[in-house]
Write a protein that binds this ligand. Structure first.
Ligand code: 1YM
Length: 658
């Protein structure tokens, strides 16, 4: 861990550090209660547990910044939750701009104020990643805060986001510092959902794995004898991620004698940019998983930190294989080397940037290079130090490479025979010119005019375009005969070439990726849903393979007078961009795209189709059974089921564009 995290700052300095004058107009909490989905992604059990993460992230931020080393988590009998840390305590002094209010009250009752007060650059909660403590306050039936600061105890109580009185100095308490928050999620918002001990326990433990400088005390007052998780526990992992991976990999047989793990400071041109910690294991069963974190927050979609680790490992194994005289060393791919490996990487960086509304992918481009450079040397040494393990890794990588080449050849032959046999392809399909499926994609677009733009915008070599007419048949509610007779379904099936229903063989797919590209409006979303339903019902293997994607065309263009412009995917992104330095306070022309057909080809290319610039969303099925249930209810024949589903989830809807 770098000095930055450990260097203690004196208490007086810390108190004066947050800059009150930087406060701008702050929003109240009403929007949070009216549209909770916008802030915590819904009102279901996942959203409920999000409240806990927000609070513990505050304590973790304080620990990572070097001010706290203990956190206590207690689940109470009545369903309330208490989190306490021994950090500096949330500031309680009167706020210059809000003379009658304490900083504590402003932080708890206004949106996004945390980030503005704070000068902690590594902060993930309150503004940068998480939504902050005020959102938890808004969604709690009650929330009570105790701050232990300057040898005194301060208390303030809230109900549904409103404070019940001013912060009170309740007397002296020497030898105690920190913040304690107790809250009860509001049943008006979360209905029957309650905290699950196991979920809280797992999140709590993972935080301790991710930062070895903290000890977390767990207490569950609801625990019974048979409970899955203990009544009390203490988490402290001096070996961090290494301990974590050891606990999941357990006694399973691995390809290498030891795990590959380490820690490094990211010092770039003398500047301390943070740190990285990683652990990699290669289980024989090839059933490993890849997980990554930034500032202790999970990034399930990976991102630049994960790419950095993969890059370092790939390059090091290639170099090692080359040194061992292997001719095909430079052809080894990351998947050859890392497929099935168990990989965990955790970074601490300033100003992390996350992608999209779900914010589950790290996008700071510089992080990739930093992480790759930091790990590369370590892995080179690790390989040379244990030749037996290095050879085992190399041998398996070449086996996977052979297997990959064999499969590709098979696929190429299939495609060639298909083309030479001149299988019937739909007349509307503008096929790509590459003969093999590898690295090709088919864009399924809505309507002929969008099809026209897409044809102009595409890369002819690797991108095919299939325009479909309007709304395709809802295959979840149609009869089989009706489906087979439907022209759009026929076109789609012919173009994809992999067969339908029980004849579907995903290896025969004529393209590597299938991209559904519809307008960024309600109709577009409906059409995309229908096409996804088709895949789900008729080609689930293609979805499971991860070959289906959604294109993400922008809804807005923001342009400055000097011609400089940016695109925004949705309202949230537009508003965010308008608040950045680039646009704030300037004369900005905001235009809204009506549909893909209206977008000039060059723009469609730059924003949505060009492989180097666009963003795609991969459609993933985690559980086939869950997905079947949802699709069945939502797209099936029974309208009552559909209504019930919508009623249950109404609170989850994030943004409706009607
Ligand atoms: C159980 C939850 O919230 N702890 C906590 C929060 C803060 C501080 C310390 C803190 C941060 C800073 C300065 C800073 C917060 N401070 C703010 C704000 N535990 C919990 N512990 N002094 C104290 O980041 O500069 C928001 S949260 F806005 F004051 F900085």
């Amino acid at each position: 861990m770098s000095d930055l995290f450990e260097a203690p700052v004196s208490e007086t300095q810390a108190q004066n550090d947050y800059s009150a004058s930087s406060i701008e107009v702050l929003e109240g909490l009403e929007p949070v209660r009216t549209r909770p989905g916008m802030y915590i992604g819904g009102t279901d059990s996942t959203a409920l547990h999000h409240l806990f993460k927000e609070i513990i992230d505050n304590s973790m931020d304080e620990a990572v910044a070097g001010f706290a080393d203990k956190i206590w988590v207690t689940l109470h009998k009545d369903g309330a939750l208490t989190v306490r840390d021994n950090g500096r305590g949330i500031p309680v002094d009167a706020h210059p701009k809000y003379k009658d209010k304490s900083a504590l009250e402003v932080i708890l009752t206004t949106l996004h104020s945390g980030g503005k007060f704070s000068n902690n650059a590594y902060k993930t909660s309150g503004g940068l990643h998480g939504v902050g403590i005020s959102v938890v306050n808004a969604l709690s039936e009650y929330l009570n805060v105790e701050v232990y600061r300057d040898g005194r105890v301060y208390k303030q109580n809230f109900a549904r986001g409103k404070c019940l009185g001013p912060v009170e100095d309740t007397g002296e308490m020497r030898n105690k510092k920190g913040t304690q928050v107790t809250f009860m999620p509001d049943a008006e918002i979360f209905g029957i959902h309650k905290f699950t001990a196991k979920k809280l326990y797992d999140v709590t433990r993972s935080k301790a794995y991710l930062f070895s400088g903290v000890t977390i005390y767990w207490k569950d007052e609801t625990a019974t004898e048979e409970a899955e998780t203990p009544k009390e526990d203490k988490f402290h992992y001096p070996e961090g991620l290494r301990d974590f991976v050891k606990s999941v990999i357990g006694q399973r047989l691995c390809l290498t004698k030891d795990l590959f793990s380490g820690k490094a400071d990211l010092v770039i041109e003398g500047r301390d940019e943070g740190s990285v910690e990683w652990t990699v294991a290669w289980p024989y069963a090839e059933d490993g998983q890849q997980t990554s974190y930034c500032n202790t927050v999970p990034t399930p979609q990976g991102g630049t930190h994960e790419n950095g680790l993969r890059g370092a490992l790939t390059k090091a194994v290639r170099a090692y294989a080359e040194m061992r005289g292997q001719k095909k060393a430079d052809k080894l791919s990351a998947e050859d080397i890392l497929g099935g490996a168990h990989l965990v990487v955790s970074v601490f960086v300033r100003n992390p940037q996350f992608q999209g509304q779900t914010k589950d992918k790290l996008t700071n481009p510089e992080v990739q290079r930093w992480v790759e450079n930091a790990i590369r040397d370590h892995f080179d040494h690790w390989l040379v130090a244990d030749k037996e393990s290095a050879d085992a890794l190399m041998t398996r990588a070449f086996e996977r490479q052979d297997e990959r080449t064999r499969r590709r050849k098979e696929q190429d032959v299939r495609r060639k025979t298909a083309t030479s046999r001149k299988i019937r392809l739909p007349g509307k399909l503008a096929d790509c010119s590459d003969q093999s499926a590898s690295d090709t994609e088919i864009f399924i677009v809505e309507g002929d005019s969008a099809g026209g733009s897409a044809k102009q915008a595409r890369d002819r070599k690797t991108q095919a375009i299939l325009p479909l007419k309007g709304k395709i048949l809802n295959v979840a509610s149609a009869t089989k005969d009706k489906m087979l007779a439907n022209q759009e379904v026929k076109d789609l099936t012919q173009a994809l070439g992999c067969g339908l229903g029980k004849d579907c063989n995903p290896d025969d797919l004529r393209y590597e990726r299938v991209v559904i590209m519809t307008d960024a409006d309600v109709d577009g979303a409906h059409i995309a849903t229908l096409i996804m339903t088709f895949f789900f019902e008729q080609m689930p293997q293609v979805l499971q393979k991860g070959a289906v994607y959604l294109a993400m065309p922008p809804l807005y263009k923001l342009e400055l007078n000097n011609g400089d412009s940016e695109y925004a995917l949705d309202d949230a992104e537009k508003d965010k961009l308008l608040n950045t330095k680039k646009f704030k306070g300037k004369n900005v022309t905001v235009s809204r795209f009506k549909g893909l057909g209206e977008m000039p080809a060059a723009q469609l290319k730059a924003t949505t189709m060009d492989k180097s610039k666009r963003r795609l969303m991969q459609i993933r099925i985690d559980s086939l059974a869950d997905a079947k249930d949802i699709v069945g209810r939502l797209m099936g024949k029974n309208p009552e089921e559909r209504l019930n589903f919508i009623k249950e989830r109404a609170g989850t809807a994030v943004s409706l564009d009607l």
